[in-house]
Design a protein. Structure first.
Length: 336
């Protein structure tokens, strides 16, 4: 390899970085890297870290500069788009390529994780590989901070449109969510960025939507039609959450959303809904009673008023039957 032929002193960072830098740029840009370039990068990093005590710090600083320069260019390509869907597509494209390189670029720099003297791996900090962390934190602190609100706003508008029955490319919202999930560098809470941004915005947007639409629908269409509406919307939100929210084990995004939607669609209108129960019982409308039960069973104590109405109806029906048949009952009771 060409690196092996370099003279003494070539183990210094200043001598090796000019050869390393072009390969780093190729990796960031996802350009073709030859086998020799790839292997030489490993060797250069190893050689410098073995003989230069300050190599790891110098390499990391040089990498940071190259990464930030690359991200700045990516940010320019994203921010030139004014239309929201185009901006989402551009961001997702840039992020997807960059995140892929978060796995590949750190590999040649593993020697930075080794202590110079004994060649034993350092205990990594709990957050993981330092180059990967550098890449994620650099993206987070620059382009992500600049476009975060635009990403959330555009995503929530698309979801609003879907709730209104309009079609759109669902991968745009999914891609945004994945970027929020994958940006986290905290082992103790890998979902913090996602939860504090995407999850909270998603739940709040759902709450606002139904808080605005549900009362009007109830007023205009009545309780019985509203129950069908609420049941349908709960079904839709359940499936929408499976598609757009993080559902990994230990993540309660879907539960949080459904609790919020149940609050707005059912609990906030529980008194009005249950007031229809006596009429349905009197009409023996089993289908609508089942629907009411399924809705009210979603909130604590929700079915209790229905049970009281049913008990009242049974008692009253029994009393009415007794009054209607008073003569017969009296005759049978008194006997001949």
């Amino acid at each position: 390899m060409s690196s092996l032929l370099k003279g003494p002193g070539s183990t210094k960072f200043a001598d090796r970085w000019p050869d390393m830098q072009p390969v780093v740029l190729k990796l960031l840009k996802q350009e073709h890297v030859t086998r020799d370039e790839w292997q030489n990068l490993f060797w250069d990093v190893h050689s410098v870290c073995s003989w230069d005590e300050k190599a790891a710090v110098r390499i990391q600083e040089a990498l940071r500069n190259e990464i930030l320069r690359f991200i700045s260019e990516a940010q320019g390509r994203v921010m030139k788009h004014r239309e929201e869907s185009a901006l989402l597509k551009a961001y997702i494209s840039e992020w997807t390529k960059y995140f892929t390189q978060c796995d590949y670029l750190p590999k040649p720099f593993q020697a930075m994780e080794i202590e110079g003297g004994n060649q034993k791996p350092k205990r990594k900090n709990q957050d993981g590989n330092r180059v990967q962390l550098l890449m994620l934190k650099s993206w987070n602190g620059s382009i992500f901070v600049a476009v975060r609100e635009k990403l959330l706003s555009a995503s929530m508008k698309l979801l609003y449109a879907e709730r209104n029955g309009e079609a759109f490319d669902s991968q745009l919202v999914i891609g945004v969510r994945q970027s929020f999930v994958n940006l986290s560098t905290e082992v103790s809470n890998k979902l913090r960025i996602y939860q504090e941004n995407f999850e909270s915005s998603y739940v709040e947007a759902a709450r606002d939507y139904y808080a605005s639409h549900a009362p009007a629908y109830l007023t205009e269409n009545g309780v019985q039609n509203y129950m069908k509406y609420a049941d349908q919307k709960l079904w839709e939100e359940d499936r929408r959450a499976t598609k757009y929210l993080e559902t990994r084990k230990g993540c309660n995004s879907k539960q949080l959303l459904m609790e919020t939607v149940v609050q707005v669609l059912v609990k906030d209108h529980a008194t009005t809904i249950v007031a229809e129960c006596p009429r349905l019982i009197a009409n023996n409308d089993v289908e609508k009673l089942n629907l009411m039960f399924s809705l009210m069973d979603r909130i604590p104590g929700g079915v209790d008023p229905m049970l009281r109405d049913l008990e009242t109806y049974i008692v009253q029906s029994g009393l009415d039957d007794m009054k209607a048949n008073a003569d017969i009952i009296t005759t049978v009771s008194c006997g001949p």
